[in-house]
Design a protein around this ligand. Sequence first.
Ligand SMILES: NC(=O)C1=CN([C@@H]2O[C@H](COP(=O)(O)OP(=O)(O)OC[C@H]3O[C@@H](n4cnc5c(N)ncnc54)[C@H](O)[C@@H]3O)[C@@H](O)[C@H]2O)C=CC1
Ligand SMILES: C[N+](C)(C)CC(=O)CC(=O)[O-]
Length: 482
Amino acid sequence: MARKAAIIGGGVIGGGWAARFLLNGWDVAVFDPDPEAARKINEVLANARAALPALSDIPMMAEGVLTMADTLTDAVEGAEYIQESVSERLELKHRVFAQIQQSCPDTLIGSSTSGFKPSELQQNAANPAMIFVAHPFNPVYLLPLAEVVPSAASDLEAIERAKKILREIGMFPLHVRKEIDAHIADRFLEAVWREALWLVKDGVATTEEIDEAIRMGFGLRWGQMGLFETYRVAGGEAGMKHFMAQFGPCLQSPWTKLTDVPEFTEELVDLIAGQSDAQSGQYSIRELERIRDSNLVGFLRALKDRDWGAGRVLREHDERRRVAFTPPKDTPMVMAHMQVLPSWIDYNGHMTESRYLYASSETTDAFLRFIGADMDYVAGGFSYYTAESHIMHRGEAKLGDHLTGTLQVLSADEKRLHVFVSIQKDGQDVATIEQMLLHVDMKAGHATAAPQVIRDRLLPIANAHADLPRPKAVGRATGQRK
Ligand SMILES: NC(=O)C1=CN([C@@H]2O[C@H](COP(=O)(O)OP(=O)(O)OC[C@H]3O[C@@H](n4cnc5c(N)ncnc54)[C@H](O)[C@@H]3O)[C@@H](O)[C@H]2O)C=CC1
Ligand SMILES: C[N+](C)(C)CC(=O)CC(=O)[O-]
């Protein structure tokens, strides 16, 4: 039976939490009195479903079941984990905790609060020990960080249990050892935000110019090394001490207004909102979310290939899912999700033939990574090479179509891997590709037996797939009548 999480408050952040739990196989009950909540959550979920599968080569878990509960008590009943994500008002959060703890005083309650300390959240609670901060970052379903902040009244065993659950849904729980308003990351965001408000208010830069200053330069650096590692490198061979000697005195020069907050007048709000409309008003919020998600997926995949930063968290999550994954006995494995891009289209206005082989390679490559023949394996001098391919075109793919690559192992032994790939649109084949691959010693330049570690992953899948019906196209020769 699936595990259950309850999400109280289904706005931007609650919707993201719901998507992360659901796509990691948990059942989720959401309570939010807003009559629009179900629509909003389903829209966030649709974006998450489009983004998350592209992050990983491990087949997705069966999605959990989403329930919109009529009452808070219904939502939390039977939940192993509760995430409070209501609006940032302390008295509202207190009311919600009191209601939750009337029926489940001993269940873990993480709060998404951006600014309140856990000791503030715990005030007057029936069981303060179970309430802690689990502060996520938007979009919650893609970004791994959750700042986990206990107070002196917290139950540390419960905090460790919460961190374990967060890891199980692919997150990186950062244990904040000392409670502080706005935790760690939001202290930075607030400092940058304050400087940005001054720059707009003083007419130095528009919202667009500020965003360019971030995304063309230091934003890219921060996403992979953070602040201190980046500045260590900036100190040159002499490192951090030299960096501090050179730039430390700047703290005395008028580089910062951080202690001084601009007055939040209607005029300033209108100025910023107007500039933001001019900058990005041509996109709806959902379109911007999709652009953001697809960029993040690209970044995260690049970091995963390099086993670095947030990419390492993804790798570890993949490894956990690989171990938990049992090859399906009744269906081929869904290995790749792709979208038909403009460069894939030919003069006939549909996907050009070479891209069918490309889509097939994406699918088999994902499968090879899944059984352990990944880039590290190739760097060790062994790989699988394709010896033979037979493509059958069965439908048309057009610009923007979403394609899925599934793979069935027809047979496998120590050297050979015979597979049948389907490239599908809306569940229908647009092409099938039958391939024979050989395990190769790249230095010696000939086929050789795959090591036991690869066979241990491959052969159980081959055995499971032996019971599947053999596709009619298998073994078909070109020109042969059906
Ligand atoms: N938006 C952001 O970028 C981030 C926000 N957070 C935190 O997450 C929490 C939620 O923020 P958002 O999702 O942005 O706000 P939001 O305004 O999008 O959503 C809040 C939701 O809470 C619901 N709500 C209000 N009273 C409720 C009640 N009694 N029971 C159940 N639901 C109730 C509202 O109907 C609304 O849908 C806040 O504590 C915020 O500080 C954390 C990280 C990032
Ligand atoms: C602006 N904010 C304080 C709500 C931001 C956050 O809490 C985290 C985020 O996702 O940027």
